[in-house]
Ligand binder design. Structure first.
Ligand code: GTP
Ligand code: MG
Length: 256
C-alpha cells in the first residue's frame, strides 16, 4: 500500500452525476480503480481516496485521487455528499493540489443547477478555490472529436464562452484562466489519444503546483473545523455551514 508524501499530488474530481468523474480518475491510474456506472443512476455514493501512480505521467508521480459522489440538485442528498467531502478534505494535512470540475462535452450549458453547485463550493471554500480548478470535459472521444469542435469552441470563446460565464457569474478577475482539458476517459491502456490527455492533465496540475508556489488548497473554513474539539461539534458546525451556504444559494436564485 502506497503512502502519501509531500510530493504526492492530491486531486479530486467534482461534478454532476454521470459526467465521468470516476472514469477520469481511472484513466489517470490506467486501471479500474473506482467503480463506474452507466451514467443514469448515481454510482459513486461515498467519498473515496486512493493513492496510485499517475500512469502516463512523463516521470514517476504518485497521486492521491479523491472520487466524490455526483451532485444531483439542491437537495438533502447533495448536502450529505458535501458533508462527506468536507469530512475527507479536512483530514488532508497537505491540502489539495487541484480540483477537477468534470463536465460532459455534450452538455455544456451552465444551467441553474450547475451554477448552484458552483455557488455552493464558492461559498464554503472561498474565492481561492478557483485558483485550484481545472475544468475537464469528458466524452471527447477520438472518433467524434471533429463533430464536437463547435462545443469546444463554445467553451473557450473569450467573451461569452463557458469559462467567461463562470468568470462573470462568480465575479472572478480576468486573470482567472483555468486549464481546460478536453478528453476521452476510454481505453487508456491502448489509446495514445487518451494517454496524451492524461499527460496534459498531469501538466495542468504540475503548472498549478508551480503557480501556487507549492501552496496547496486549504481554507479558513476547513482550518476552523480542525480546531473544533469534538467530532460531534465538528459535525454540527459542518451541517450548519452547509445549511447557511445553501440558504444563500436559494436567496440568490430567488433574486434572479
Ligand atoms: N464514450 C465515453 N464514455 C464515457 C466517458 N467518460 C465516462 N463515460 C461513461 O459515462 C458513464 C458514467 O461514468 P462514471 O465515471 O461512472 O461517471 P461519474 O461521474 O463517476 O458518475 P457518478 O459516480 O454516478 O456521479 C460510464 O458509462 C462511462 O463509461 C468518455 O470520455 N467517453
Ligand atoms: Mg463516480
Amino acid at each position: 500500500m502506497l503512502e502519501a508524501n509531500d510530493g504526492t499530488y492530491v486531486v479530486s474530481a467534482l461534478g454532476g452525476v454521470g459526467t465521468g468523474k470516476s472514469s477520469l480518475l481511472n484513466a489517470i491510474t490506467g486501471e479500474y480503480t473506482f467503480e463506474t456506472g452507466d451514467g443514469t443512476d448515481a454510482k459513486t455514493l461515498t467519498v473515496e481516496g486512493k493513492i496510485k501512480e499517475w500512469r502516463f505521467a512523463p516521470s514517476q508521480q504518485f497521486c492521491h485521487l479523491i472520487d466524490t459522489p455526483g451532485l444531483v440538485d439542491s437537495n438533502i442528498q447533495d448536502r450529505h455528499s458535501i458533508q462527506e467531502m468536507t469530512r475527507y478534505f479536512k483530514s488532508l494535512e497537505n491540502g489539495v493540489s487541484a480540483f477537477f470540475l468534470v463536465f460532459n462535452i455534450n452538455d455544456i450549458r451552465l444551467d441553474a443547477y450547475t451554477q448552484n453547485m458552483l455557488i455552493l463550493f464558492h461559498q464554503l471554500l472561498g474565492k481561492d478555490f478557483w485558483n485550484f480548478v481545472v475544468i475537464v470535459f469528458t466524452h471527447v472521444d477520438e472518433d467524434f472529436r471533429d463533430d464536437l469542435e463547435d462545443n469546444m469552441d463554445a467553451v473557450t470563446a473569450s467573451n461569452d464562452g463557458f469559462v467567461a460565464e463562470i468568470r462573470r457569474i462568480y465575479k472572478l478577475p480576468r486573470s482567472f484562466q483555468p486549464s481546460v482539458i478536453f478528453t476521452s476517459t476510454q481505453n487508456v491502456r491502448s489509446s495514445s489519444y487518451t494517454q496524451r490527455h492524461m499527460r496534459e492533465l498531469y501538466m495542468a496540475v504540475s503548472l498549478y503546483e508551480t503557480r501556487n508556489n507549492g501552496k496547496r488548497f486549504t481554507c479558513n473554513w476547513l482550518r476552523q473545523i480542525l480546531t473544533i474539539p469534538t467530532e460531534e461539534q465538528k459535525s454540527t458546525f459542518i451541517k450548519d455551514s452547509i445549511k447557511d451556504a445553501w440558504s444563500s444559494v436559494s436567496n440568490a436564485c430567488q433574486m434572479q
